[in-house]
Design a protein around this ligand. Structure first.
Ligand code: HEM
Length: 475
């Protein structure tokens, strides 16, 4: 039986038994939830801001799988157990929604950069968008994209080969972003828009960094003030708009809108109103797929090498697998996929997911007020000693078929869960496995500096200052 939600103080996971048992999750509406006092929460802010994920681990160890903290206007419920993930994202899909607006109605978080789109809407407003975009992600369509992914991967190998021959060091994070931007541009939006892939990708990244900083700030300067950061954000949005709108215009005037996601969006009809999508609506979906679809995978690939450079056993097994098959089989390798899955557990690119209660709700047996925020600490759930045998070790065997079958399915949710499950999850798994295998087959990497230990959190989880490596050809 899965371990129940524990409100017991947790010792550091490394010292806990794998089969830890918590308290049974009984109704506790009459009891106040555990959590730090307001004073204690405020006192911990400086340490928390230095490393947020560490802060949430400390909170988990101190207060248990579910705790409550009041923080400014925020009424936060911090969740670190698979059954709470299920309660919020799956069972609670109608009462918990995404956090896209501040209590006064101003846009918040991703919505500031992406507008109303697939990643920033809910309910009916979201559903018709998902219906329109879904066909672009059907398994067969994605399988048909593997050829393009390999072409982009070959271009990356060529760049890596040049760096190896010139004995030049590279920032792996930058290179991974380059290849994933190339792939998302060419597979989803065709070669015309792919010419602008770097420009669009960089503009989305700049805009997302800005909204991430604002979302986490305790006090924000008013949005209209022309601070350097606000100016950079404004320029990024202008650049993004210019690149996307010009591509929409040229597609609209072409003989056929094209057989890719951009073409589908141009041809799509809103079933409710019978109207075609406006340019603004198309712009938001294009920015969303760019924003959601490249940096996440790029981060995961960078972290995969971060771990592989420190795990000779895993690297050796990966290399022997990739060396044993022809290049066209690389996207389907079992162990390479397990390495990628384990990377998504150990360093989840989206380590925290959140929802706001639209009505009075229950969570873990407690009563929760409307407007309360559930923070799902995926990074903690992925390390919960009740569900993972060696949570603090990079161990791809966590994803052997037997281990997977025996585990609670909400113990691993790098792609979310419920109706908003990442639309690109199959795409990302194929892309990540393929690129990892292509790299492992051809190159070895050595860190130039001690490997970064502290991840930076800016919507996604990435090495704080990139990751500089030496590249060597495997002969
Ligand atoms: C390793 C790579 C990826 C990770 C870790 C990841 C993670 C996630 C997560 C956690 C969500 C759920 C957000 C929520 O619950 O509110 C999500 C949604 C989404 N992702 Fe991904 N993603 C990845 C790759 C991709 C790719 C490659 C694409 C597109 C090509 C993509 C497009 C989207 C979109 C459009 C949504 C919104 C889905 C909806 O609400 O209907 N993602 N992703």
């Amino acid at each position: 039986m899965a371990p129940a939600i524990s409100s017991q103080r947790q010792r550091p996971p490394a010292h806990r038994k794998a089969d830890c048992q918590g308290l049974p999750g009984t109704y506790r509406g009459d009891v106040s939830a555990p959590g730090p006092s307001r004073f204690a929460a405020i006192a911990r802010i400086p340490r928390f801001r230095r490393n947020e994920l560490e802060g949430f681990r400390y909170g988990w160890r101190t207060h248990g799988d579910l705790y409550h903290v009041k923080f400014g206007w925020r009424d936060l419920w911090v969740c670190s157990h698979p059954s709470l993930v299920h309660e919020v994202l799956v069972a609670g899909r109608d009462s918990w929604q995404r956090i896209n607006e501040l209590p006064d109605g101003r846009p918040f978080g991703l919505k500031m950069a992406l507008g109303d789109g697939l990643l920033t809407t809910d309910g009916d407003d979201w559903q018709w968008r998902r219906r329109i975009v879904n066909p672009a992600f059907h398994r067969q369509r994605i399988e048909a994209m593997i050829g393009t992914m390999i072409e982009c991967g070959d271009r990356m190998l060529h760049r890596l080969g040049e760096a190896a021959d010139e004995r030049r060091t590279i920032d792996l994070m930058t290179e991974m972003k380059r290849v994933t931007q190339d792939i998302i541009g060419r597979t989803m939006f065709g070669t015309d828009i792919a010419e602008d892939a770097d420009r669009i990708g960089d503009a989305v990244d700049e805009a997302l960094q800005y909204v991430a900083r604002r979302s986490r700030a305790i006090v924000n300067v008013p949005i209209g003030l022309p601070t350097p950061a606000a100016r950079r954000f404004g320029n990024a949005i202008a650049d993004l708009d210019a690149a996307i709108y010009s591509n929409i215009t040229s597609r609209r005037s072409a003989d056929s809108p094209g057989n890719d996601l951009l073409g589908m969006l141009i041809e799509a009809v809103d079933q409710e109103t019978g109207r075609a999508l406006t340019d603004d609506q198309i712009r938001n979906e294009v920015a969303t797929v760019y924003g959601a679809g490249h940096e996440t995978t790029a981060n995961a690939l960078t972290w995969a090498w971060h771990e592989l450079m420190q795990s000779p056993r895993v690297l050796e097994r990966l290399c022997s697998e990739v060396d044993s098959v022809p290049p066209d089989a690389l996207a389907k390798l079992t162990y390479a996929r397990m390495v990628f899955e384990e990377t998504l557990r150990f360093r989840p690119p989206v380590p925290i997911n959140g929802r706001v209660a639209m009505e009075a709700s229950r969570l873990g047996g407690y009563e929760v007020a409307p407007g309360a925020i559930a923070l799902l600490i995926v990074n903690n759930v992925h390390r919960h000693p009740g569900f993972w045998e060696r949570p603090e070790i990079f161990y791809p065997e966590h994803f052997s078929p037997e281990a997977k079958a025996a585990r609670d399915r909400y113990a691993w949710t790098p792609f979310g869960a419920g109706p908003h499950l990442c639309i690109g999850n199959n795409f990302a798994m194929i892309e990540g496995t393929l690129l990892l295998a292509m790299m492992a087959r051809n190159f070895a990497f050595e860190p130039v500096h001690p490997l970064p230990r502290k991840p930076a959190l800016a919507v996604t989880l990435k090495p704080k200052r990139g990751m500089r490596v030496e590249v060597r050809r495997r002969s």
